[in-house]
Design a binder for this molecule. Structure first.
Ligand code: PLP
Length: 462
């Protein structure tokens, strides 16, 4: 086996970051192969003339980016391509139960799409219109359907003038962030947050700081301290249900946070892609403080991910910047997909899908509570995710690796850590997607069985 020799590190970066970047480059170039063992911390430190601590930090950074994985007692390896990171959307071997992605339940969306495509195929003038360029915000009737979507999911503060159509929720908060930030700015989020936002921050060259939360969401005192210290431009929040940890923020807490944010002139990017499947009366920044909120919704969780249709509701003074960010990234959304989503919304199909998912999710959460009884579980009625805090001495990463060996996929808490946030040891698993009820039950028993194991013995560090 050849030992990887890293190139000279970029002197303009902190050393640990430069080393993590060098690993990413080597993996992308095929110099480091999936499954290849990496040198020990000591070996690499001696070779590069840096401290062992720097290498440890670099490995932790690379692990957070899901480039490498450490196997207790064995060493550190380049992640294998057969991990779920690369399997999403591809058919998986039947015996694998993949609970690692947060995906809408199958309620025969494909059957509905087939009906709509058949009906559309007979309407040439409409097809012609859908094949044309549109303004970046989208066609008027598509925006009207978007407004109906927001109202249906409990957002009553929107108006047509401010509503923009996006290519899904990820594109929605990417657009909002691009409209507000320039490289070098600081952005905040809950310490445990949706990794899609961490990716945006990383790609735009933003400093990303994770804030401590309690069971009601981000803690006001911690937010105030971070605002004073870092002068952030925005905070990204999943107010109605946090992905991954499932907290829901009360109206009182929203008001407390809003007061602090207004005082420090910090915008809120409120991502409701998961929240819109829930009880519509759940409070939001969009309804209570629309003047500081860029609200992001999407149809991926409540309807289905492949539609790629979402909605962005910025405050009026930011409308032009947001529209311009859409134009610069993709000009406009694909009108055919927005037509499908709009039909589902205006015809009642979307409500039907949401109600059916809520019914099935209630049943699934009851099953989770029954099989994993007495454990530190966090979930919300109608939510897609379950957050399971692990007992000592279990660690998220090794726990997920043990599950993977038993053909169950889940995500460790480290995958959700913002910046250098010190994540609790936990796993997130999804009870939706294409997983059948018997397959879910089987996976839950495997999780339960794994929790009975003593866990790994940790190496004594030398
Ligand atoms: C909180 C959150 N926001 C955004 C997304 C991505 O949404 P979309 O598929 O609409 O881009 C996800 C997907 O899991 C999510 O959980």
């Amino acid at each position: 086996m050849t030992i990887w020799h890293p190139p000279e590190l970029n002197p303009e970066q902190p050393k640990y970051k430069a080393l993590a970047d060098a690993m990413a480059t080597a993996i992308a170039a095929g110099e480091l192969q999936p499954g290849q063992k990496l040198p020990t911390h000591r070996h690499l430190a001696d070779r590069l003339g840096v401290t062992v601590g720097t290498v440890t930090r670099a490995y932790a950074e690379a692990e957070k980016r899901q480039l490498i994985e450490s196997r207790v007692g064995s060493g550190t390896y380049v992640r294998s391509y057969n991990s779920t990171e690369f399997a999403i959307g591809e058919p998986l071997p039947e015996e694998i139960v993949d609970l690692s992605y947060s995906i809408a339940l199958n309620v025969d969306q494909a059957g509905q799409l087939a009906e709509d495509l058949a009906s559309l195929s007979g309407n040439r003038p409409l097809l012609k219109q859908l094949l044309n360029y549109q303004t970046p915000g989208g066609l008027l009737r598509h925006r009207e359907a978007g407004l109906q979507w927001l109202q249906m999911t409990g957002i009553d503060s929107g108006d047509l003038e401010r509503l923009l159509i996006t290519n899904g929720g990820q594109h929605g908060f990417h657009t909002a962030t691009a409209a507000l930030c320039r490289a070098g700015d600081t952005v905040l989020s809950a310490g445990l947050t949706y990794p899609g936002f961490s990716l945006v921050a990383q790609q735009m060259g933003l400093r990303h700081i994770g804030i401590e939360s309690d069971s009601d969401g981000v803690i006001p005192e911690a937010l105030n301290t971070a605002c004073l210290r870092f002068k952030p431009r925005l905070i990204y929040l999943n107010t109605r249900v946090n992905n991954p940890s499932c907290e829901q923020t009360s109206a009182e807490r929203i008001d407390q946070l809003a007061e602090i944010l207004q005082r420090h002139q910090v915008w809120v990017v409120e991502d409701d892609v998961q929240g819109c499947l829930l009880d519509a009366s759940q409070p939001s920044f969009a309804n209570r403080h629309p003047e500081i909120t860029l609200f992001v919704s999407g149809t991926s969780k409540a309807l289905t991910g492949g539609l790629r249709v979402g909605y962005l509701l910025p405050p009026k003074p930011l409308l032009r910047a947001a529209a311009s960010a859409i134009r610069s990234s993709c000009w406009m959304t694909a009108p055919l997909m927005v037509e499908i989503a709009s039909r589902w919304i205006t015809s009642g199909v979307a409500s039907r899908f949401i109600i059916e998912q809520q019914r099935q999710l209630t049943q699934r959460h009851a099953l989770v509570r029954q099989v994993l009884t007495g454990l530190d579980l966090h979930s919300v009625d109608y939510g897609l995710n379950v957050w399971l805090l692990l007992p000592e001495p279990r660690r998220g990463q090794e726990f997920c690796q043990s599950l993977e060996r038993q053909k169950v996929m889940a995500k460790p808490s480290a995958a959700f850590a913002a910046g250098h946030f010190n994540a609790l040891q936990a796993i997130r698993f999804c009870v939706g997607g294409d997983t059948s009820l018997p397959a879910l039950e089987k996976a839950l028993h495997i999780i339960q069985g794994e929790l009975q194991q003593p866990g790994p013995e940790f190496d004594i560090a030398h």
